[in-house]
Every structure is written in C-alpha cells, then in structure tokens.
Design a protein around this ligand. Structure first.
Ligand SMILES: CC(C)[C@H](C(=O)O)[C@@H](O)C(=O)O
Ligand code: SF4
Length: 865
C-alpha cells in the first residue's frame, strides 16, 4: 500500500506505516490502521469502486471497550453489495449513502467533524510526508487580471485547460462602468490601452482554450464573485479557487473557497488541482440580536477590529451562531468576502435551508433528481457541536453598532458614534507610530467625531456589497430621507451593481429611479472604484465613503482616502456629505416616509436568470483542442526547471519597519495591467518611491546601497497581506530581491513567492530586528538554503531558519509545481472518475444540452455502479 494514501490530518503528517487488514464488508476494500493508532482509514484496493480515498475515518480509540472498531459504513454503499443489475434508483440511493458518509468522515476521538476538514479530506488526492496535499478543484473562476501569464504558461508548455466544464471566465476589474448603450467592440469601448489589452487577451484565451465566458455584451458579466453564486456555479461541498483574494466570498455556500496567485491559476488550469497545506481552524460565533441599522458589513468590520488584520493568518474561519444562521445568503457572502481582511485564507458557513433556497433553480445548479441527491449530501455538511477548533472567537451581537474605518487598514474600525483615535492613547510605541502615520495619510486630527468627517465621493459597489439586497438598503435610506433627499452639494456618489443581472433586477424593482432622482450615478457592472483599475478613481487627497473591503493607502487612487462602511451608511453619507449614522434614517418618521415614498416591487432573481449557459465552446486552436485525457502524456520535462535554482544568496539587505505591509503598497493596482511576469521593477513600492511629478523620493529603495538590494528584511509582522496579486513578488524579483525575511507572512503572498523561485523566511521579531540593524548599516547577509541559515557579515552568530521541505527541494532544484503534479496524472484521472460517480452534478451538467464530460479515465473504466 502506498503510505501516502493514509493521512493523519490532525497531526498534519502522513502515516509512515499502515497495517493492512481485510474489511469484513467488502473484498475490494482494505481496512488499515494508521501508525499513530489514531484513525482507521478505509480505502479502495482497486480504482474505481466509487469511493474516494481517503474516504472514511473512524475512531477506534473512542470505543470505550477498546475493542476493534465498528465501521459505520452503510451496507448499501459497498460496491460488493450492489449488483450490476441494480436499478437506477438503487444506485442513486447507494451513492447518496456514500455522499452522506463523505460528509461524515471524521469521527476521531476528541476531533469530531469540521466541515473544512471534511472538504480537504474528500478532495485530497495525495499528501507528502510533510503534510502538503494535492487537492482537487471543483470550480475555477477566471478573470482578466490574474490570468494572462497563466494562459501564456499553458501555451508555452503546450498544455490545454484540463476541465473547461469546471471553469468560468468573465471581465470585471478593467471594464469601464459607463453606459454600454452604444457599445460596439471592446477595442472601441475600453479606451485605456493596457486595460483593453487585458480584456482582449482574455477574450482571445477563452476562444483558444474553449472556456465559457461572460463578456461585455453578455448581461451576466460582472464581478467574478457575484456571478459565480448568481449562476449556481458555486455550490456547497466543493473546492473553489480564483486568482483573487476575495474568493473567500463563495465560502458562504458551505464550500472551501480561497484565492490563489497567477502561477497557481496556471496550475489549476493545467491539472485541476492545487498543492496545499492544511490550514488551522478558527470558529467565530456571533450570538445575540443585531440592533436596527446593523448589517453583516458592520458585523464583519467589528470582527476584524476584534481579531486584527492578521488574526486569521493561516486559518480557515467557520462563522457560526444564531446571528449568522439568521443572515440571508447575500449577507453571508459579505461576511465571508472579508475573511481575507481578517488575514484568513477562507471563511465558510454551513449550508442550510437558506442556502438551498438561494441555489434552487439557478442555471448551473443541479436539477430534478440530481438536485435531490445533491441536497441530501449537502445536508450532511455540518460541523459537530463539540468540534474543537484551534481558535475560538465569540462575539456578542449587542456589542455591534454601525461601524466605519478611520485609518488605512480594515482593522482600524470605530463605531460611527466614536471619534478618531488619539495616538497619545497608545502605550506601545510602534502602535502609536502606526496610528500617527495612518492619521497623517488620512488627513485626520485625533479625537474628531467620526460624524464630522466630510467626504468627497461615495462608492457603492464591489464584491462585498453590490448585490440586490445591498442596493435595496441604499434605496431604503434614500426614501426614508424624504422626497427631497439629494446627494449633498459637492459630493459625487456612484452606484455600481455587481453584475448585469443585478442591474436588471434593480431596474425592474424601480431602485434605479430612486437613485437617479436623488442624484446618484447609476453605472454598469464591474469592480470600479474598489481598486480603480478602470479609471474610476479618487484623486490625491479625496476622501470616500465606500462599501468596498480595503482602505489601504492608495487603494482607490494614489493619495485617496477611504472609509469602509455598509451600503446604508454609504447612502446616508452621500445625502449629508459627511460620515453619518444610518440610524438617523430609522424610526417612526422614516417609516412614514417609506410608507408614502415610491412603491418598490420585489422581483424574483429567476426572472433574470433565463439565459441558458451553453457548454464551453470548442477550443479554437490545436493546442486548446488537446483532449483532457492527454493529461498524463503532456510534456513535463521542458518546464520542470523553469525557475533558476535558489542555493546561496549573498547581498545587500534593505530594512523596513512597517507592520502589515500590504500587496497594494508593494505593487499598486495601476501596475496590474501587464500581460507578462516582468517589467515591474519600477512598480515596486511605487507610491512611496516616486513623487507626484514622477521623480524619485528619498524612500530607502532609492538610496545607496539599497538600490542593489537582494534581500528585504522587515522587522514587523504580516508582510504581504491583502490582495493575491502575484505582481507583488514579480516586482520584488524584477528589482532584484529574491528573499524576504519577516516575522510572519500572509498566506497567499508566501505561496506566490515560492512559485517564483523566491524564498520567504519567517524568523522571530527579535531576530528580524537584529538583521534589520545589520541592514541599516549597509551590511550584506548570506542566505544559505541548503544549510538553512542566514550568515551575517557583521561577524555576529548566524540565524537558523526552516522552510517546508517540499518547497526547499523545489527551490534548490528550480522545480516547477505543474511538472511535479503532472507526474501524478493518473491519480487525478482516477479521482475524476470517482467524482463523476458520486457527485455527478459537478461535471458541468447545468450547461444546456451538455452531456457529462467523459475523461479518458472514465471512458476506460466504466464503473460497476
Ligand atoms: C486583482 C486581484 C489579484 C486583486 C485581489 O486579489 O484581491 C484585486 O481583486 C483586489 O481587490 O486587490
Ligand atoms: S475586492 Fe474589489 S477589485 Fe477585488 S474582486 Fe472585489 S470588487 Fe474586484
């Protein structure tokens, strides 16, 4: 038996020995005991018996008698008990039983079932001795910013997209939000050349590789995280990725959804898998009753204020508690969306009635009898009451009031009734310095009441808050303000729906008329001023009230100042011209105005979801036309050493002393419009390095000897937080920096550096400070990856460090993950065959007129049940 088939996931190590025994239930199943005597693992002794591996984990230590374990396997689930003559209904019932077991694989003593673990286990194809797992991806969303270099990689290596039926593409970040009434072609409509190039490149790629695409003439086009759920592409129980950090949004459906970098996008396109380490578990429970005017946006801002921007680093968060259960899907998406702002890789909420009601009838959700079976499986996706999480956070709903940010990090929150903090009240000197810096940037004085802060622009939109319920809440505030309510003098307020369908529904409900009459600018769908890649920007010094998710320096334009808040609060700010407590628009007077105001009709989303989602088109080139079954015969050698080897790196180190350095700061959004991985040297810390006139500032990277830096030492934690843009490591690399040393890193940034042959090293804060002192003196450091030590030319003792052994091996040998994964092609094909049997609705069945995609493995191995 291959020892990697057995994973003791709670200890993050695979089992080195297993004791094979025959299962009393089925000849084709082998029962094994892991070396840690922790788990019993049942695996299929031959491929294709319809069970996943690892499939079931049973506690035998939990049996009080100490007697051998009792398998809780429903008898109908074993292949041996199903006759080939079983009728379709029996077969489906059997599969249901298996699915339900798949939702119940962890019955380990002291470790009851946790949904995230269930999803990791049921999608795990392989795991190495250090706990790095190869995970199958069910759904992949693609957009124009993080994909060009990935498709280029496929072309260069001669690889097709592995699962077009599980991939959905759209354009969102670069698209102008001006009226498309006179739209003719992308080339004419998108006037900014680099934005245009990214959009047309994606259009070219979807044709070449044969992908389903919602382009600018398709009313389903929109922000990638809006359209996935809207179409039912996002489903419970799946693993979903996208080259975007806010992929966490989709976790609201009870799936594991996380952002990845461009190299990983290429990996998923080519192999439909990803290499992952198991994250820690964190549960955030919100109990109590939310007060009027408090929304899920306030809840998540409050949570980030409590746990901090790095609080969830290395974790997958599960949101629980009566408040979360009571939220609509749209409100749940808002919460999961901002998990990344709390540092977490993903956020999720167990699926329930609210989830199923939202999904039923959506174009790409299963239908008919398949829906019934899917729903039965989804209902098993629950975390046990007594599950133990690595981190538990409890929040009282009564403590939450409408919340707004004052600074340049999403953790800088304060109740709208509060004041701008006073740096003098912070005992910790580095905290005080951070607050001073943030206030300087934000142009705010300590102790100013938040409601006195004037704004210039209002942005209502983004993947956090651009869904129909968000727009209704904006309209409600406007109507409650009375028939004469208008956007305040001197304020520009824009409303950008999340998708063309949200726009149509809002118009059918009469919301647009309310917005326009009050002076709001009603736009077309896209990311817009959330990050300003499409020309919707703040000018230097302008201040916005924004329903988006990031308030980093320069996020909405260089020098722009952002206050994050809920849609209702944004509407209130637009009307008064200053940050305003939305609760001023509640109460009897407001109710009377609502009653006498325009009558809005609630429309049904299904009225707009009428376009059939066609099967992915045939690829237009011979390259894209390579059949998926060719996976195992695809070239691996030519690209397996794409990266230069990293062995010993000696050079100047540049010191930085800032906490939470975000990737917007490392590479601002305007530099994301490239089609290549190179050419980003000047993009590195651009807003700090170049003045408004384009001349170099005295930022440390512009000073000698640091213009020659090969190593960056930051002595403050959480380096690389925020966006998943791989452009951040690309620009460091282009500058010449191949190694970053810091007390801690954001997860995606760390992955992205490895993918580019760069080395992130985590040391203690004290060690980083010592190295930063050396760097301040212009002394060189020598990083030896083989020996895992950093030698100091100051003559002081070296520091030891550790790196994940797989990553170290890849760096030392310049290996590329894709080539390594392709060596496991047969395992992937085997998994796909099993997935088609047990979760057939994941094979692109929602596409109109589509027959399930049959891979070579499936064709070759007609399963017996
Ligand atoms: C462009 C993309 C990589 C980025 C992200 O990962 O979040 C963007 O959506 C953002 O919000 O900064
Ligand atoms: S955070 Fe903003 S830029 Fe990023 S995907 Fe969401 S809407 Fe688009």
């Amino acid at each position: 038996m291959d020892r990697t088939d057995v994973l003791c996931i709670y200890r993050d190590v695979p089992c080195t020995t297993v004791l094979p025994r025959m299962s009393p239930y089925c000849k084709v199943l082998t029962l094994t005991v892991c070396a840690h005597a922790w788990l019993l693992v049942m695996r299929s002794a031959r491929p294709g018996c319809g069970l996943f591996m690892p499939l079931m984990f049973l506690s035998w230590l939990s049996s009080a008698s100490g007697s051998p374990p009792q398998l809780a396997l429903p008898t109908s689930t074993t292949g041996a008990r199903l006759s080939k003559r079983s009728d379709a209904r029996t077969r489906l019932a059997a599969k249901d039983a298996v699915r339900q077991d798949m939702g119940r694989p962890c019955c380990v003593r002291g470790n009851p079932r946790i949904i995230f673990i269930v999803l990791m286990l049921t999608h795990c194809r392989d795991v190495d001795e250090n706990g790095l797992a190869l995970i199958y991806i069910d759904r992949h969303l693609v957009f124009e910013v993080s994909s060009p270099q990935a498709f280029e990689g496929l072309r260069n290596a001669g690889r097709p997209v592995r699962r077009p039926d599980c991939t959905l593409a759209t354009v969102d970040h670069n698209v102008p939000t001006s009226s498309r009434k006179h739209f003719t072609t992308v080339s004419e409509f998108v006037t900014q050349p680099e934005s245009r190039a990214q959009v047309t490149t994606l259009e070219d790629n979807v044709k070449t590789f044969g992908l389903t695409y919602f382009g600018m003439t398709d009313r389903r086009q929109g922000i990638v995280h809006i359209i996935g759920p809207e179409e039912g592409f996002t489903l419970p129980g799946i693993i979903c990725v996208c080259g975007d950090s806010h992929t966490s949004t989709h976790g609201a459906f009870g799936c594991l959804a996380f952002g990845i970098g461009t190299s990983e996008v290429e990996h998923v396109l080519a192999t439909q898998t990803i290499i992952q380490k198991k994250s820690k578990n964190m549960r955030i429970t919100v109990e109590g009753t939310l007060a009027g005017g408090v929304t899920s946006k306030d809840v998540i801002l409050h949570i980030i204020g409590v746990i901090g921007i790095a609080g969830g680093t290395g974790c997958v968060i599960e949101y629980a508690g009566n408040v979360v259960r009571g939220l609509s899907m749209e409100a749940r998406m808002t919460m999961c969306n901002m998990s990344i702002e709390g540092g977490a890789r993903a956020g999720m909420i167990a699926p329930d009635e609210i989830t199923f009601n939202y999904l039923r009838g959506r174009p790409l959700a299963p239908r008919g009898v398949l829906w019934d079976h899917a729903e039965a499986y989804w209902r098993t996706l629950k975390t046990d009451e007594d599950a133990k999480f690595d981190i538990e956070v409890n929040i009282r709903a009564e403590d939450i009031v409408p919340t707004v940010t004052w600074g340049t990090s999403p953790q800088d929150v304060v109740p709208i009734t509060g004041k701008v903090p006073d740096p003098a009240s912070f005992a910790d000197t580095s905290k005080r310095a951070a607050v001073e810096r943030a206030l300087r940037y934000m142009g705010l004085s300590p102790n100013t009441p938040m409601e006195e802060i004037k704004i210039d622009k209002v942005f209502i939109g983004s993947c956090t808050n651009s869904r129909i319920e968000d727009l209704r809440s904006v309209a409600k505030v406007i109507i409650a303000a009375g028939p004469d309510a208008r956007v305040a003098e001197g304020v520009y307020a824009m409303i950008v729906p999340g998708s063309g369908l949200v726009k149509q529904q809002a118009e059918a409900e009469g919301l647009d008329a309310v917005f326009k009459r009050a002076g709001f600018d009603w736009r077309e769908a896209g990311c817009s001023m959330c990050l300003g890649m499409n020309g919707d920007n703040l000018s230097p010094g302008e201040r916005s009230a924004s329903t988006s998710n990031r308030n980093f320096e320069g996020r909405q334009g260089p020098g722009g100042r952002t206050h994050l808040l809920s849609p209702g609060m944004a509407a209130a700010a637009a009307l008064t011209g200053r940050l305003t407590d939305v609760r001023r628009y509640l109460g009897a007077e407001a109710e009377a105005k609502l009653a006498s105001g325009p009558k809005l009709k609630l429309a049904n989303p299904s009225d707009f979801l009428t376009d059939p989602v066609l099967p992915p088109p045939e690829p237009s080139s011979a390259l894209g036309a390579l059949p998926p079954m060719a996976l195992s015969s695809l070239p691996t050698a030519d690209s397996s050493s794409r990266l230069a080897k990293f062995t010993v790196l000696r050079g100047i180190a540049v010191p930085l002393h800032t906490e939470n350095i975000d990737t917007d700061m490392i590479t601002p959004a305007r530099f994301l419009k490239v089609l290549k991985r190179t050419g980003l040297k000047d993009a590195l810390f651009a807003d700090l390095r170049w003045g408004p006139d384009g001349r170099p500032t005295d930022f440390i990277l512009n000073r000698e000897p640091y213009t020659q830096a090969k190593i960056l030492v930051c002595d403050k934690p959480n380096f690389g937080c925020g966006s998943s843009r791989e452009h951040a490591p690309w620009s460091l690399k282009d500058f010449g920096i191949m190694c970053v040393i810091a007390p801690s890193f954001a997860d995606i940034f760390k992955n992205n550096t490895f993918q580019n042959g760069m080395l992130p090293i985590a040391l203690t804060e004290d060690e980083c400070r010592e190295l930063a002192d050396d760097a301040e003196q212009g002394l060189e450091l020598e990083v030896d990856l083989e020996k895992q030590e950093i030698r100091r030319t100051s003559g002081k003792p070296p520091f030891a460090f550790t790196v994940d052994p797989f990553r170290r091996h890849s760096l030392l040998n310049g290996l590329d993950d894709i080539a390594l994964t392709l060596q496991k092609a047969l395992k992937i094909e085997e998994f796909e065959a099993q997935r088609s049997q047990v979760w057939p609705w994941l094979d692109g069945l929602g596409y109109k007129g589509r027959v399930p995609v049959l891979t070579a493995a499936k064709q070759a191995r007609r399963l017996d049940w």
